[in-house]
Design a protein around this ligand. Structure first.
Ligand SMILES: [Zn+2]
Length: 267
């Protein structure tokens, strides 16, 4: 039986409300043994941690997404800092930079991002970084810190050059459903996924977003990480079993997740 890890999902999302047990059972059947669920606000980061405390197979990331930064309230960042100390919190984020939406002025996004990076340094917990339409600016910003970045560029969708810059910074790369879309303009992403060092790649759904082919446009859930896993194994010309083994080992190493002892310990 293969063991997959969905390294980035949003289980607090209203689309999962009232059906978490079903979503977990679907994931289990698809070979997903652990899920890293990330918050995007102080409130849903708290909910995420509660889910992680209730389910051995769910782990939490806490943070304020760049697009939610402008609407965060006084005290929200302090709440994140408090939550982050919990042992079920294995990542800081979702954080990052976004040039697609304009919910938060870019200068403010940078300030929020730096707080997450500093917290990650302080707690030695990896960051889960979002980047939309600003890869080069993100690379430049991270370079200025002058030290390796402990974390992952989630849902990477850049080109091989950008991939190698993120890798040089010390980051892992996580691939989502876009890998399975047939769009020509995603060929550079596929090339990056082929070339990235095997010990620095992982897979994710970003549920409920980014559903892989053949479910494109539909609500995504952690079970569907198997489609991205299969596509990545084909691109890299390796067996699904081996791809699962290495991506799972990589996610466990970065997020310091425990090995699963009992196959059905998930629920
Ligand atoms: Zn996300």
């Amino acid at each position: 039986m293969i063991e997959l890890i969905d390294s980035h999902a949003h289980l607090y999302h209203k689309q999962f409300q009232g059906r978490l047990e079903e979503v977990i059972a679907n994931a289990s059947r698809a070979g997903v043994v652990q899920i890293l669920s990330l918050g995007t606000t102080a409130a849903n980061s708290r909910e995420t941690l509660q889910m992680a405390e209730a389910h051995p197979g769910i782990f939490a990331g806490v943070g304020i997404h760049p697009n939610d930064w402008a609407t965060s309230e006084p005290g929200d960042w302090e709440r994140i800092v408090d939550l982050a100390a919990n042992s079920r919190v294995v990542a800081i984020g979702e954080t990052g930079l976004d040039r697609h939406w304009h919910d938060t002025p870019f200068e403010q996004q940078l300030l929020g991002f730096d707080l997450h990076l500093d917290l990650s340094d302080q707690l030695k917990k990896p960051v889960s970084i979002h980047c939309r339409e600003c890869e080069d600016e993100l690379i430049e910003h991270l370079r200025k810190r002058g030290k390796p970045i402990h974390g992952v560029l989630h849902s990477f969708c850049g080109n091989p050059q950008q991939a190698s810059e993120f890798l040089d910074l010390g980051l892992y790369l996580s691939f989502a459903g876009m890998l399975t879309f047939s769009n020509k303009n995603l060929d550079p992403l596929r090339l990056a996924a082929q070339e990235a060092p095997i010990d620095r790649i992982m897979i994710e759904t970003d549920s409920p977003y980014l559903s892989p082919h053949p479910f494109r446009g539909k609500q995504n859930e952690p079970a569907r990480v198997q489609h991205t896993a299969l596509k990545l194994s084909q691109l890299r010309e390796m067996s699904l079993e081996l791809l699962a083994e290495v991506t799972t080992a990589n996610a466990r190493r970065l997020f310091r997740l425990p090995l699963i002892q009992v196959p059905d310990s998930f629920t």
